[in-house]
Design a protein. Structure first.
Length: 176
């Protein structure tokens, strides 16, 4: 999993950067996953690899943005692909995943392709701070996904009923 999803992505990026340098810039679109932002039970290697892809994407922006090389990551959700169909045939139920998706269904391959096209043609404008590039505006999609996954219920008085917000953690009474 790590070899294909993370190391394979890095190997591709190294060659893309070399080619884009020769042509004065370009745009890389990586395939990430919400699993890399939130984790998924029983899928630690996959989640770790996709978290690595997200961070690799950010580092390419930081290190190669001044060379007019942009890098974005998409996290399209579960897409109806042959591996998903095989997993369904083996008895895995995708109902819960579909119900949690914004459209209440699994995505289609052409929708993921449209997302790649959108990321590939987005604006190359980069904000600079202290001479180091920040992520381009279209990269903020990952940040928004991360923030959405971290939302917790909040009471009207501002307290956190789950005790999960920083500074509002429940204290354990257990010793040891």
């Amino acid at each position: 999993m790590l070899g294909v999803d993370l190391i394979g992505t890095w190997n591709c990026i190294r060659h893309e950067i070399a080619a884009f340098r020769a042509h004065g810039g370009g745009n890389i679109v990586n395939n990430a996953s919400n699993a890399g932002l939130t984790g998924v039970p029983n899928m630690a290697p996959y989640a770790a690899a996709k978290a690595g892809v997200i961070n690799l994407t950010m580092m390419v922006v930081i290190e190669h943005g001044p060379e007019n090389i942009r890098c974005n990551a998409i996290a399209p959700g579960t897409i109806e692909t042959p591996p998903v169909h095989r997993t369904k045939a083996e008895g895995f139920d995708f109902t819960i995943m579909a119900e949690r998706a914004p459209l209440r269904r699994l995505g289609r391959p052409e929708e993921a392709g449209e997302l790649v096209a959108l990321a590939a043609r987005s604006s190359p404008v980069m904000a600079k701070k202290k001479g180091r590039p920040k992520a381009p505006p279209d990269h903020s999609v990952i940040a928004r996904l991360r923030n959405r996954s971290e939302r917790r219920p909040i009471r009207r008085d501002g307290s956190d009923p789950c005790g999960t917000r920083p500074g509002n953690r429940r204290r354990s009474t257990r010793s040891g």
